[in-house]
Design a protein around this ligand. Structure first.
Ligand code: ADP
Ligand code: MG
Length: 328
């Protein structure tokens, strides 16, 4: 269990993490979703004790990750309680190019405080899980990006910590490798709590049970993918096609309560498409039907516009993106 409380990180005057509050409970796959520069990596670095916070705290099973262990370079895992509880694949995994895969994982196992008698088995298991046994004697320098990413992941899962945090695990991988990475994450999720970050919605949508949308360092939404979609639908959205001039359609609709906003497009004098937002998710379909019927304006079509997770993501983060163009 991780509790992030009132977390703030400033780089100079730049507020990268802006009072974040959330909890991570065991047994689920969490997704940090946000555009580039949103503060995902910073948050993960603080959660894993790799970086200090400006303000606030991160409690890992009741221990404070920042106070117990803060590491700077280049090896981030240590023999601390929190680091044994969490495995971390940072955005840029600190791989040692002149080591073989096996040497690197042995070394990582030692740093993680895995007992000597258990190290061989732990490395074997991690290698098997991410399928790098075949290349265990190759130098990391000579591996493809996909294999390097797997070695980074092997390092994170060494010793099978309860929780695994993966920062943009699919970045730079080709489509086949992305699918393999996704399968791996699903497999890990069977026995671990997993947190992964991504700026790619589909990736998060596919593997996560719970989504935290972060924008400009702030948590702008957090819920299951299904509930996020429902939430948006509650506030939304009908599309009509009506055999009437736009002014007539507008006049008729203005007699109905609970309409928040309307947008009209007329194909010709006598055909208008209307998009409207309802207040508080009110169901006004019947009222619309009768209002048009009374005025003898045939309603040719009426449908609820279902918001996709993509709409929600765009809506919540779009305004911020232009300001962050420098980070893309
Ligand atoms: P994300 O992982 O969501 O892309 P980051 O946590 O990397 O976001 O960055 C959040 C913000 O903090 C960005 O605006 C980024 O430019 C800035 N930032 C990140 N690291 C540093 C740093 N070491 N020094 C100064 N600014 C930084
Ligand atoms: Mg990042």
């Amino acid at each position: 269990m991780i509790e992030v409380k009132n977390l703030v990180k400033k780089y100079g005057n730049h507020l990268a993490v802006d009072h974040l509050d959330f909890q991570i409970k065991p047994g689920m796959v969490y997704g940090f979703l946000g555009p580039n520069g949103a503060g995902k990596s910073t948050t993960m670095n603080i959660m894993t004790g790799c970086m200090g916070a400006t303000q606030g705290e991160v409690l890992i099973n009741g221990y404070d990750s920042g106070k117990i262990h803060v590491c700077n370079e280049p090896v981030f895992f240590g023999q601390t309680k929190t680091n044994q509880y969490i495995g971390y694949l940072p955005e840029h995994p600190p791989l040692y190019m002149d080591m073989t895969v096996r040497e690197y994982l042995d070394f990582a196992a030692e740093l993680k405080g895995i007992r000597k008698s258990q190290r061989r088995e732990a490395v074997d298991e991690a290698e098997k899980m991410v399928k790098v046994q075949d290349v265990e004697h190759r130098l990391i320098r000579n591996l493809s990006k996909g294999y390097r990413q797997r070695v980074g992941l092997a390092q994170a899962i060494l010793g099978f910590p309860d929780m695994i945090i993966l920062d943009e695990p699919s970045v730079g991988l080709d489509p086949k490798q992305i699918i393999e990475m996704r399968d791996l994450i699903r497999k890990l999720a069977e026995n671990h709590t997993v947190i992964l970050s991504s700026h790619i919605l589909t990736e998060i949508r596919e593997v996560c049970d719970y989504i935290l949308i972060i924008s400009k360092g702030k948590l702008v939404a957090s819920d299951t993918p299904e509930n996020l979609e429902l939430l948006r639908n509650g506030a939304s959205s009908l599309e009509l096609e009506v055999k009437a001039a736009p002014e007539t359609a507008r006049a008729i609709l203005s007699t109905i309560d609970d309409i928040d906003a309307m947008e009209m497009h007329s194909e010709n004098e006598n055909l208008t498409r209307v998009k409207l937002e309802t207040k508080n998710g009110a169901d006004i379909r019947e009222a619309i039907f009768y209002a048009f019927a009374e005025e003898k304006c045939p309603l040719l079509e009426m449908k609820t516009a279902k918001a996709s997770l993509e709409d929600i993501f765009m809506e919540l983060t779009q305004k911020e993106e232009s300001n962050d163009a420098g980070n893309l």
